[in-house]
Design a protein. Structure first.
Length: 363
């Protein structure tokens, strides 16, 4: 599911094109699939190691690689391409533990390479506008945050969720977490990027509810932020009736902001008079910092694929600026390896809290 989505999103604006790849653990399958996508057979590689070596040696080699494999392979693949001098995009969660994440952050920095982690939802125009409003103090000082991401696709113990569910529920491929890594990292990143708040400490209750499962499928996390505000996160994979229901409710001293991924064409702002103001993507009140990512007039719906495309818009623009020698860090408008590292530290703290009978843990 995620591979085709990335291939489509990266080409939405005609800024980059697929030129090479390794698409399967089976060499012939990789070559056949790549040729079907229109690639030269010689650039459809048997392994990622072969690909990194060959592409870094070519004058027309790839500028960046997209890593969309199960969690357990992220670290080695990303490290291999960074060492070859190739920019990296990686799906979340970044890696399996904090040591690996720190190593990738340091390696990318030392090599001067750009590293994006695809927390897709932060690419929505309305999400970026919500972030801008908070930075401008529109809702005052944040007091509490309620964030959730329930899904229902793994509610039945007799349903393995097909290929997607099988590896996500397998500790050998998913790591020490399932629901928290798949959904909880999105919640943490969305709150962090929207509010700018960092978690000071947290208390996690991670449950394995559906019979036969080995990893968490329902998580409830209390958090305290560095400014003294509080929050509560909930993620689930057995919430029947929920599809992809990431939502944020941010309450400040001067107002409230409500945002939902499934209704991402709008943002709701409520000031002290209690009147909800619905701001639609495409509205003239949205400044260019967010509005520039819109592709269609309001009323012509944009969604998840466009949000991912917006991340690639910023990322590819930064790579081009690197080539032209005019890149500056303030140009970055996408989740970075540092954000990916923070997500792993969030997971580590939750696991520690759970192990200690759901006690408070400093982050």
């Amino acid at each position: 599911m995620i591979g085709p989505a990335h291939r489509k999103a990266v080409q939405l604006d005609g800024m980059a094109f697929l030129k090479a790849g390794c698409f399967s653990r089976t060499p012939e399958t990789s070559k056949e699939f790549g040729v079907k996508l229109g690639l030269e057979r010689a650039r459809c590689y048997n392994t990622y190691i072969q690909m990194a070596a060959a592409e870094s040696a070519r004058k027309d080699g790839i500028d960046f690689v997209i890593v969309v494999t199960p969690n357990d392979s992220h670290y080695e693949i990303c490290k291999t391409f960074l060492e070859a001098g190739i920019h990296v995009v990686c799906d979340k969660p970044l890696v399996s533990d904090e040591r690996q994440a720190k190593e990738l952050v340091e390696l990318a920095s030392r090599k001067g390479l750009l590293f994006m982690v695809t927390y897709t939802y932060t690419g929505n125009v309305t999400f970026k506008y919500m972030r801008d409003l908070i930075r401008q103090g529109e809702i005052g000082v944040i007091r509490t945050v309620m964030a959730e991401y329930p899904q229902g696709w793994l509610y039945n113990e007799t349903d393995d969720g097909n290929k997607q569910g099988l590896w996500r529920m397998d500790p050998a491929h998913s790591g020490r977490v399932n629901c928290l890594g798949d959904l909880g990292t999105h919640v943490e990143n969305a709150v962090s990027m929207a509010t700018g708040l960092k978690i000071r400490r947290l208390l996690a209750k991670m449950d394995v509810v559906v019979p036969g499962r080995k990893l968490d499928d329902n998580d409830q996390i209390l958090v305290e932020y560095d400014n003294g505000a509080t929050g509560m996160y909930w993620t689930s994979q057995f919430a029947i009736g929920c599809d992809n229901s990431l939502s944020l409710r941010i309450y400040g001293s001067g107002g409230t902001l409500l945002w939902s991924q499934e209704e991402s064409e709008q943002l709701i702002l409520i000031k002290e008079d209690g009147i909800p103001r619905i701001i639609k993507r495409g509205s003239l009140v949205i400044p260019d910092s967010a509005a520039r990512y819109a592709r269609m007039p309001k009323g012509h719906s944009e969604g998840w694929l466009e949000a991912m495309g917006n991340l690639y818009d910023s990322y590819i623009s930064c790579i081009q600026a690197k080539k032209e020698g005019c890149f500056t860090p303030d140009m970055i408008d996408y989740p970075t390896a540092e954000d990916g590292l923070y997500g792993i530290q969030f997971i580590e703290a939750c696991l520690k809290s759970q192990k200690n009978n759901s006690t408070w843990v400093e982050l």
